[in-house]
Design a protein around this ligand. Structure first.
Ligand code: SF4
Length: 443
């Protein structure tokens, strides 16, 4: 099986070869995009080692390259050369040796979207909430090495024990979607909403607005929801959570993923004109008072740069190439893509659909390429492919290169705890309130 890392490296090599004559004619400029036939990647920079870009203020190459990281986003310090110069085989051997020596003291958590060279060392593989729960269920571990992104490590810290350390091997592994809603923007939005819609419940006791945040948000926003009668949701339970919220509120403000919010609300029969978009830089989010009063779900203007890449044209192309193909996409994809697909659902829904498929079935998937590749590997009797013909992993997740994992594990062996993610206790307490409401919510 070809890993995403190998696909990207191959694409970069092909593009470099293809561009060589052109480059010699115009100096040494690096090609911006890979357009090689067969294998192509969304950004040739992905083939570089992450430490080359970790000091940059943006997210680096890949799907989220256009997004802006908040100024407060953590930056990763330089790695010692003994890691950056090590071969893949050497890093692999060092990770295996350090992990064996650490034993049960340390558990490695690997997100579904993580690269193969890292996830193969994980003790637990899952989505962000499954991994946070794994942390909660293993009180014997002194430390969790979270091979995901920043908000996931925060959630694991909130749910794990006080004495347990949660470590993000590369601090530059943020999530562009989570960063699209800062706590200052959310508080300002709330101030404007409560000024406009009031704070008094209606005759049924329902509040004017209930804040709901997707798991993919900072701990500060989860805590905000906990403090203001709100709740957290995952892509698996978003509908149940919205139903919970409508029992308690006249409308919902949904952070930060507009697509998950819109797709879930549409499936509940809520119409587009009842779902205004909140643009945080505009007064009233760019809406009129009437639009907000009429709203059922106010959608924050955030999105996932990986899932935004999927298009209806890709689905049409897949259907033309493979008549009978079943198309399944993640609900972080735009609504038109979700509507054109045969099914949509969380990573777990996608995995289950594949488990239930019959030998010979052809399935096109609209989600992150590392997961799709792995599913294809696990099911050789099926034809599984990513809808997007261009290789474009979650670029921030991709920053957890094996060199960072080796450095983290060897630092732990040396008695150090690098890159510990610690959520302020007051924020953690309020976040837990919102998370517990989610766990208690029933369809
Ligand atoms: S896939 Fe999208 S939502 Fe998930 S971590 Fe990457 S950027 Fe964030």
């Amino acid at each position: 099986m070809t890993s995403v890392h190998e696909l990207i490296t191959t694409a970069a090599t092909r593009e470099a070869e293809r561009a060589a004559p052109e480059r010699s004619a115009r100096g040494s400029r690096r090609p911006i995009a890979l357009r090689a036939t067969g294998v192509s990647s969304c950004d040739s920079g992905l083939a570089r080692d992450p430490w080359a870009i970790d000091q940059d203020p943006g997210y680096g190459p890949g799907a989220s390259v256009e997004d802006r990281a908040p100024r407060t986003s953590p930056r990763q310090g330089p790695l010692p050369e003994s890691y950056t110069r090590a071969s893949e085989a050497e890093l692999e051997a060092r990770i295996i040796a350090a992990k064996a020596e650490l034993g049960d003291r340390v558990a490695i958590l690997g997100h579904f979207y993580q690269r193969d060279e890292v996830v193969r060392h994980a003790d637990f593989v899952g989505d962000s909430f499954m991994l946070a729960q794994a942390a909660k269920q293993h009180p014997e571990a002194e430390a969790f090495v979270f091979c995901g992104v920043h908000f996931m490590a925060e959630t694991a810290d909130i749910l794990s024990g006080e004495d347990q350390a949660v470590i993000l091997p590369n601090l530059a592994a943020g999530c562009s979607m989570a960063d699209m809603a800062t706590i200052d923007q959310v508080e300002e939005c709330w101030r404007q909403l409560t000024d406009t819609l009031g704070t008094e419940p209606d005759t049924d006791g329902r509040q004017p607005v209930i804040p709901v945040t997707y798991m993919n948000s900072s701990a500060a926003i989860k805590a905000f929801c906990g403090r203001n009668g709100g709740i957290v949701c995952t892509s698996s339970n978003a509908r149940t959570v919205l139903e919970w919220a409508f029992v308690r509120g006249q409308r919902v403000v949904f952070f930060p993923d507009q697509h998950l919010g819109r797709n879930t609300a549409k499936a509940m029969g809520i119409t587009e004109d009842e779902m205004p978009l909140w643009r945080p830089h505009l007064p009233l989010g760019g809406n009129t008072v009437e639009q907000l009063e009429h709203a059922q779900v106010i959608l924050w203007n955030g999105f996932c740069s990986v899932h935004k890449r999927f298009t209806v044209a890709q689905i049409e192309q897949a259907r033309a190439e493979y008549p009978g193909v079943r198309v399944i996409v993640h609900p972080e994809c735009p609504a038109a893509v979700v509507e054109a697909a045969d099914a949509n659902g969380s990573t777990e829904v996608i995995r289950r659909a594949i488990e239930e498929a019959s030998p010979g079935d052809v399935i096109a998937i609209g989600t992150e390429i590392n997961l799709v590749n792995r599913l294809a590997d696990e099911h050789p009797d099926l034809t599984i492919f990513c809808l997007d013909p261009v290789v474009c992993p979650c670029s921030t997740m991709y920053r957890i290169h094996p060199a960072y994992l080796a450095w983290t594990l060897e630092s732990l062996l040396a008695g150090e705890t690098p890159n510990r993610i610690t959520v302020d206790p007051a924020v953690a307490d309020a976040s837990r309130v919102a998370l517990e409401r989610m766990l208690a919510a029933r369809p």
